[in-house]
Design a protein around this ligand. Sequence first.
Ligand SMILES: [Zn+2]
Length: 232
Amino acid sequence: MNPPVCKLTQGTIALVVSIPHGGELLPDAFAAQMQDVARVRADTDWHLGRLYAFATTLGASVVAANYSRYVIDVNRPANGESLYPGQNTTALCPRDTFLGEPLYSDPEAPSSAEIADRIRDYWNPYHSTLAAEIARLRQVHGHVLLWEAHSIASVLPRLFAGRLPDLNIGTNSGASCAPALREAVIAAASASPFSWVADDRFRGGHITRHYGQPQRGGARGAARNGTDHLHG
Ligand SMILES: [Zn+2]
């Protein structure tokens, strides 16, 4: 039997950490279509298991993808829309690496039918797991903070100019969490020894933009009943 699409560790506090790009599994059926470079899985968000090991100790829930983003990127909209129109960015089912090396032997692969299968088999289960865990914790606490955890190489000329700051905070330009929460994260980053930027090159991907709805609470009559969401 294949390993599940993601690993869910259920916590008790109103915090969910989502790790969509830390998976390294690449099933043989996909690897067989791909060039050797794919097997390196260079574009994995490395070291997040170590970096966020404290999360479960805190009592947070963690949802972590088991499969490589080369299978499908669960942090892209399933309709394939670009997160950053007009800029180089990576696709729902990437056809090349961050460096621009082709992943597939056939430049037309994967077909739209194959992409639809991957949405059904990988994308949907990740989101149903994440949505169910958010719903469970909202029942308990009335609100949930969703923290979207990423890492990326600091220099990738095809995707951005220069060198990224150490910490790249994304809140969909302030839309995905309460202003006070954004300010609190910025204050913590400012007090740290690390360089940081907020809502610059990376403003949060599909998960941040889709689930981060602090205003939903207002519509339901509770000030903070929405899902705040940060991309860290
Ligand atoms: Zn990532």
